[in-house]
Every structure is written in structure tokens, then in C-alpha cells.
Design a protein around this ligand. Sequence first.
Ligand code: C2E
Length: 886
Amino acid sequence: MNPSSPARIKIYVSGAVAFFLASVALVAATLVWNARQVALADSATQATRFVAGAEAALNRSLLSVDVLLASMDELLGLSTAMVDWIDSDSASQRLRSSARQNLMVRYVALVDAQGKVIASSDAAGSRLALDLPAGFLDEVLNQSVSTLMVSQPVVSFASAEKVLYFARHLKMADSSRVVALAELPVTSLSSVLVQGVDISGLQVTLERAGGQMLLSVPGREDAVTHTLSPPLETLDDSGPNWRAPARLSGEVALVVYRPILYQDLRISASIPQRDALASWRTERNAVALTALAFLAMILAAGGFALRYIDRMTQARLAIAQSKATLDQALESMVSGFVLLDGMQRVVQWNRRFEEIFPWLQPMLAPQVPFRKVLEEKARHHLPHASDAERALWIEHRLALQAQPQGPHEQSLPDGRVIQITERVTPDSGLVITYHDVTALRQASAEIESLAFFDPLTNLPNRRLLMDRMQQATAASVRSGQHGALLFLDLDHFKTLNDTLGHEVGDMLLRQVAQRLKTCVRREDTVARLGGDEFVVMLSDLSEHSSEAAAYARRVGQKILRKLNQPYTLGTHTYHSTPSIGATLMGGAMQPSVDLLKQADIAMYQVKSQGRNALCFFDPQMQIAISQRAQLESDLQLALTGRQFVLHYQPQFHLDGRMVGAEALIRWRHPERGLLTPGHFIGVAEESELIVPMGHWVLRTACEQLAAWQGDARYRHVQLSVNVSARQFRQRDFVARVVEVLRETGARPHLLKLELTESLVLDNVDDTIAKMGLLKTKGVRFSVDDFGTGYSSLAYLTRLPLDQLKIDQSFVRNLGVKHTDDVIVQTIIGMARNLELDVIAEGVETQAQKDFLALHGCQFFQGYLMGRPMPVADLEAQLGTSSAALA
Ligand SMILES: Nc1nc2c(ncn2[C@@H]2O[C@@H]3COP(=O)(O)O[C@H]4[C@@H](O)[C@H](n5cnc6c(=O)[nH]c(N)nc65)O[C@@H]4COP(=O)(O)O[C@H]3[C@H]2O)c(=O)[nH]1
């Protein structure tokens, strides 16, 4: 147990309290005991003194009575006279004057041996009636030597009070004996004894040796004669005896007695212990009360002390706990922490601080001046600095600390970045926190990089490019220098991605980025916009636009050359080509977006012209693009404004029957009149518009089929509907076709969906799945433009086709271009082998038809037989052809 532990302190305090309690009790007990002894001793002294005084007083009183009695001999001349000679009256007269001298005596009398009063001082004289105790007179007369004798107390006949008779015998001349007698009221003797005495509880007795009591103070009324026991002689008188019974009350008392001069009389004084200790008891109570008060105070003080200790302990505990919590909090802080006092000395620091600055660990101690810590830090932070530079650094740090300005950062030689925050404490100390923000800074650098750089190629991204373009344009306006923007796109990149995967695509993009950088100057910018689109910004080329254009063209061609060189993509060797669109910058403040759009337009121009080339922006291109945008929005309006109609181009069997028709969309343009698909279908296909448009065509055609159901002239007619790739690739394409068939009630086998060869090839599995589903419903399929793509027997056999359509480009050249003749023959042969129908479109001449028929083609479509026409015309033609055949 710790010597100053609260438990030990409490033991000490409890011990001290016990000690003081015992001391006070002991002192009080001693005081009380001593006071008792003193009280008893005082009472003993008083009793002794009293007895001595009373003895003297009694002796004096009795002596005066004795003298009075003895003087009666001489007064009345008894020794020389005979009894008969005594004149009672004159003798009484003399006695009266003699007795008057003694105030205690009621009367004196002279009595003969027979008890007859000879004379008396009483007014009755010799006629005084005496009522002496029996035997008393004889006792007096029989004394050999005359001495004063005292009778038993008796109740006086005359005064009805207790009296004592004192007597002695006197000898007459004839030697006969008479008795001189005096009557004394007991009260007058008593008052002699206790005159001026004030002793509490004092009991006084005058008694004979045998215990016969003559008088007592206080007086006892119960008996005239009373024998006290034990006799006084038997009491232990070696010292004050407080164990004796009081003579009158019998209580435990101190009894003191003395014999007096006369006979065997003793005077006793008894002081009962109760009375002797009466004042002591008061004192004792006062002492006890005082002691109790002290004890209470000590107990209270002890209690307070213990409570104080408890509170102190709790407070210490609470402080210790909060310190522990604080320490824990400090230790678990992710930041380093140092607390300095007002003298800039180290008070406290946490483990994180040591972790951030491990080299400070050996020197860290409470009270270390922070300057020393800074000196040590300077050694590590500025390893190559001179002493003066380090001193300057330290002074700078101290100055900053004196007036903290908010968080600031410090870069350590090992690359870490520490954010330091100083805060002044209320006692002028300083709390310094050190936060390692290295990861944060790296992250923000990465974020910045992500925000401005393309993560794949590390080239500036669109955002940074736009920013640099803006700066370059502003600079070029000031300097008059022209720059150029080259927008390039990799040809067929999508195919590479789809066939060899994105990783290979990414490899190509990285290598293209590298090659592009080698084609330009350091001050030029190569950026990647996303996908396979790159932009090269060439700045400060020339004041003259023509020179600048020439320079840009050279760079563009250099890029073309470089990018045309084969790439090694993993195990593949790949040949890629770019399409580059260029535009000039400068001369005027042009928005970056517009410049980028111009280059983009030029690039599309290259694409449309066969790719792998460089083309400068032509304002005409922009006009075309604008028109295209206008067309797109017009198309949108056309859809909602019901401006589309369907024309039908009849399809004939070799035998001249009209077997069906192809539904071809027309646009009743409010200003431009009836437009063929060539004016708008391309734009519609490039935008999403082809989907709702195609759906409208499908529904309209099906409604037509349903309308023809009830007419025998038309109900056999099949309708071919063109389906564009984007429409076919819709996930719900099959569901929508089925829905349209159900809603219109058209018979599915009369509906023939025309898919282009490229569509079928694009995703063969999806195509087969969708065609298969629709095939189960009865829908038929024809491959449009057959022969233009890369059709192979392999996929043809997998597709649930019904018909191949020979593209009109081949038909057109029949008899003109031998290869087309061969292709057409091959297609017809192939269809026959696969048991598919074959139809030729674009048949314009009888020669073409004959050629086709000769080689086995059975179905024909073309201007020769009929142009696309409104439904009414078709119905009319149908009627005619049916009639002709009939
Ligand atoms: N020179 C010449 N041309 C002939 C002859 N016979 C037919 N033609 C034309 O050839 C095109 C045949 O349609 P396509 O190959 O499907 O080619 C269609 C088709 O690809 C597309 N198209 C038309 N309507 C729709 C449609 O509703 N949906 C979709 N997706 N495309 C459609 O527009 C293309 C052009 O359609 P149109 O302008 O109507 O042009 C039609 C038609 O008028 C002929 O003897 N000589």
C-alpha cells in the first residue's frame, strides 16, 4: 500500500480520532474522579471541622449549664443548710436571677431526693411540676461523685416540646443529697450545634456511647428515645470512612464523631455521600457535557476529515481517470501532438509525434526547451543547410509559433508532408499538432491528375485541352500568331476492340499516344478526348495563315506516316490508320468548342472520303452539318406530325403475278414536298429516330396487311419491311413485332422483314436468336443488298432465312461488268442450294430481267415492273395484274 494512499491516510485519521476520543474521555474521567475526591475530601474536612466546632460549642454550653447547676450550692448556701431551712420563694427568686444568665436553660430547679421541687427559676417556683424520665433522679443521686448527668430526651409536660434534663447532685449540710436540675429544649442545644453551619445533607447526632440518641439535627419526630446502631465506637475512624451508614438516614455516608467532655456523650456528624457529591455531580455533568462536546467535535472533525479524504480520493480518481482518458485520447490521435508551457518548454507529447519524428525520441523529455527540439528538427529537415540557415529556420519557426496563423505544411526530406497547426493555450502555452498529409496530398495530386489527364495514356484530357486552347487562342489574339488543331480518330478501332478485346485496344491507344508525342514540339499539346479520339494542338506556327496551314499539314502527314506503321499489340501485329481533321486557330477569338467542332467535321469528311487521310476544315462542311442537325429536328417533328407515308413497290414472280410489295417510307415535307429515304434515312439511322420511325413503318404495313385480309384480290400479297440495324438491336424488338402483329391482326407469314447483310453479320448470335423467335411466329426474312457484304455460306446456313435479295448494284451492271454477272449467278446458285427464294431488285431493263430469269431468278422488283407507289395505285395495279393473269 502506498504510504500516501487514501486507505492509509484514512487509517491514520481514524487512529488520530480514536486517540483524541480516548484522551478526552480519560481527561474527563480524571477530572471527574479528582473532583469527586476533592468533593469527598472537602466534605470530610467540613465534617471534621464541624464536629470539632460542635464539640467545643456543646462543651461550652454544657459547661455553662454545669456551672449554673453547680453554683446553686453556693447561691442557696446548701452546704450549710438543711433542706427544710430553704425558703422556696427566695430560693426560687435567686434561681430565677441566676438562670436568667443562661439563655439555653428554660429553668433550673432544686429537687429533693424524693423528687419534690424545692425551688425553681420557673414562675411556678417550688410548685413546678416535673416529669423526669424514670430513674433519672435516682441515677443522679446515686452517683458517687457529682457530675453533670443528662437525661433521655422527653417531651416536656409544660411546653410539649422535646427537652433534656441536666442534673447533678448537691450535698446539704447534713450530707443529704438534693438535685440541681436544668431543663433545656433540645432545639436550643441543636441550634448551638449547627449555628452558622451550612453543610448540605449534614446529619448531626448527640448520643451516648451505646448509641442512645439525645438529639439530632435534623430532628427526628418518630421517637423520643432512639438508639442508633451501630454504635459509633465500632466505626472505622482511621480516616474518612465514606462507607458508613449515615446516623439518621442510614445512607452511605461519611460519619465523623467526637466524644465531648461530659460523661459518655459523643457528637457525630454524618454527611451522606449523595449530598457530599451533589455539587460534584453538577461539575461531573458539566465536564461530561464538555467532554461529550469535545468528543462530538472530534468525531465530527474526524468524519469531515474522512469525507474530505473520500472526496479528495474521488477527485483524485476522477482526475486520474480524466488524465487516463486524455492520455488515451492523445495516444489514439492520428495526429502528432506537443504541448508547450508559457516558457516554450515541452510539457507533453504523444506517441504519434514520436512516430512522425522518430529521431526526436531520445531527446524528448518534460521541460526540454522547444528550441532544442527545433534544432534537432532543423538537422533532419535541412540536412544540407549551413548552421546559419538552420538558425534562420529555427527563428522563423519560433516567430510563426509566437503568432500562429493557421495550418501550414512542412515537407520532410523523406518526401512526407506534415501539416502543422499551432494554438495558444489560455496559460500562454502552445498546442502544436502534426498531421501527416502525405497520402492526402498524393491523393489530391492524383485527383488533379485524373481531373486533367487521361489515365490510360497520361495525355491531357478534354478539360485540360479546352483550358490550353483557351489560353492559346487568347495568346494568339495578342501575338497574331496562328496555330492549328488536328482532330484524329483511329479507323476501325471499334472492330479491333470487339475482335481482340479492350486490353489490346488500350495497348494501341497507348502506342498511338506515344507516337503522337514524337510528332510534335514540346510546347504543343497532344490530348485524348476519349475512345479513339485524339487532338493535337499546334501553337505559334506563323503570322500567316497559309504558312501555318502548311506547317499543320506537314505535321498531320507526319502523324499519318507514323500511325500507319504497324503496331505490336501483344502477340498481334496490327495495322491501324487514322483519319485527321484539321483547322486553323488564331486571328480572332474563337470559342474552343467551335474550333474542336470544326476539326471534328473535317475529320468526318476524311471518314466519309475513305479514311486514312488529312483534311482541312471547309466552311461548306459546317453548312452541311448544320443542315443535318436541322434535318434531325425536322424528322422529330415529322414523326409526331404524321408526315410520313408508305409507298409500295410491287414484287413479281417470273410468271407475272404480283406476289408482294416492299414498303418504302416517304416523307411529305411541308416545304420540300415528297422526300425519298435517301434524304433522311441516313440521319435517322445515325440518331435514335430510326427506332420509332421503323416501328411506325412496321405497324403501318401490318395494318395494311390486316386491311387486305378481307379482299380476295389482295389477301395473298406479302409485304417486305426494311429493318435497320439499330431497330433490330433493340432488346424488345421481337416483343414489339409480336405485339404489332397481335394488335393489327396481320398474318405473320405475309410479313417479310428485310435485314441488311451487315446487320446480320454484326452480331450473328443475337440475330439468329431474334430471327428464330420471330420465325416461330411465322414471320419471314429476307437479306437485303445481298452480295455487298462478306456473306459466307457458314452463317447463311445458320440463319432461318426465306429469301436472298440481289442488290441492285449488281443488277445494274449485268451484261456490263462481267464480275457482277458472275456474282449474280453465284448468289442465285447459292440460294437454290439453300432452298431459298431469290429476288433481284433494281431491275430496270428487260435484258436484266432476262439474264436473271435465265440463271434461275424467279422474283423481280424494279422500275421495269413498277416504281414505289401509294397504296391505292398498288391496289389498282394488283387488280390489273390479277385480271391479266386470270
Ligand atoms: N434506280 C433504281 N432504283 C430502284 C429500282 N427499283 C427500286 N429502286 C429503289 O431501290 C430502293 C430499294 O430499297 P432498299 O434497297 O431497301 O433501299 C431502301 C432502304 O434501304 C431504305 N428505306 C426505305 N424505306 C425504309 C424503311 O421503311 N425503313 C428502313 N429502315 N429503310 C428504308 O431506303 C433505301 C432507299 O429507298 P428508296 O429511295 O425508296 O429506293 C428504293 C427503290 O425506290 C430501279 O429499278 N432502279
